[in-house]
Design a protein around this ligand. Structure first.
Ligand SMILES: [Zn+2]
Length: 213
């Protein structure tokens, strides 16, 4: 047992309707070496599908449909919300829009990244790049919010490299102190990979001087 889930009747915070949702009750700690963007290895890698819930009545997508929102349910009928489909990636992109509306910008950024991971698994590189660029856009739109979040700043280096923004990674991370030796080493490695125009996935412990265990 690495994960224990349960079906629960939850009330949607947007429309007030009840629906059956899969809820994680317990999860063993992740002991895998993550990718540079902190994507866990198996078995946790497969649990991504439990990270987003959708209300079947109004289409509200979030980590839980019980999370209150700062908008009315009409927003969920808008074209900008419904340009994404009901796939796992589409649900994460909707969750990203919801989190941005709720002003929880780090969750909005990460939801784009999770959407990209789902597209990575489908080997849909074009869509994965689109989602990573959406994550960068959230960062650029809310810079003040992210200024005190070095973990997100580091994550962004990988998101930008994986979506081809090599020059920006080299110029912004090449010689930057990130607040700790470990984070600085990873940032320097991201800049090194970007300098080689390498947009592929790498493990965190490939960075020189970084030991995950
Ligand atoms: Zn609902």
């Amino acid at each position: 047992m690495s994960i224990k889930t349960e079906e629960q009747e939850l009330v949607c915070a947007v429309c007030g309707e009840k629906s059956s949702q899969t809820v994680i009750l317990e999860c063993e700690p992740d002991r895998s070496v993550p990718d540079l963007d902190m994507r866990p290895g198996e078995p946790h890698r497969s649990y991504i599908k439990y990270w987003v819930s959708k209300c079947p009545h109004c289409g509200y997508c979030n980590a839980s449909i019980e999370i209150p929102v700062l908008f009315t349910k009409e927003y969920l009928q808008s074209g900008s919300y419904n340009k994404y489909d009901d796939s796992l990636s589409g649900s994460f992109m909707k969750m990203s829009l919801v989190c941005e509306k709720n002003k929880v910008y780090d969750e909005a950024l990460k939801a784009c990244l999770y959407a990209a991971w789902a597209y990575d698994d489908e080997e849909n590189d074009e869509k994965a790049v689109e989602c990573r660029r959406a994550a960068v856009k959230i960062f650029d739109s809310h810079r003040a919010y992210f200024s005190e979040k070095p973990d997100i700043l580091l994550l962004l280096a990988d998101i930008m490299r994986r979506s081809g923004s090599f020059e920006r990674v080299v110029s912004e991370y090449g010689k930057r102190f990130m607040g700790s030796g470990l984070m600085t080493a990873i940032a320097a490695y991201e800049a090194e990979l970007a300098g080689k125009k390498d947009s592929s996935c790498h493990k965190a412990d490939e960075a020189p001087g970084v030991s995950v265990k």
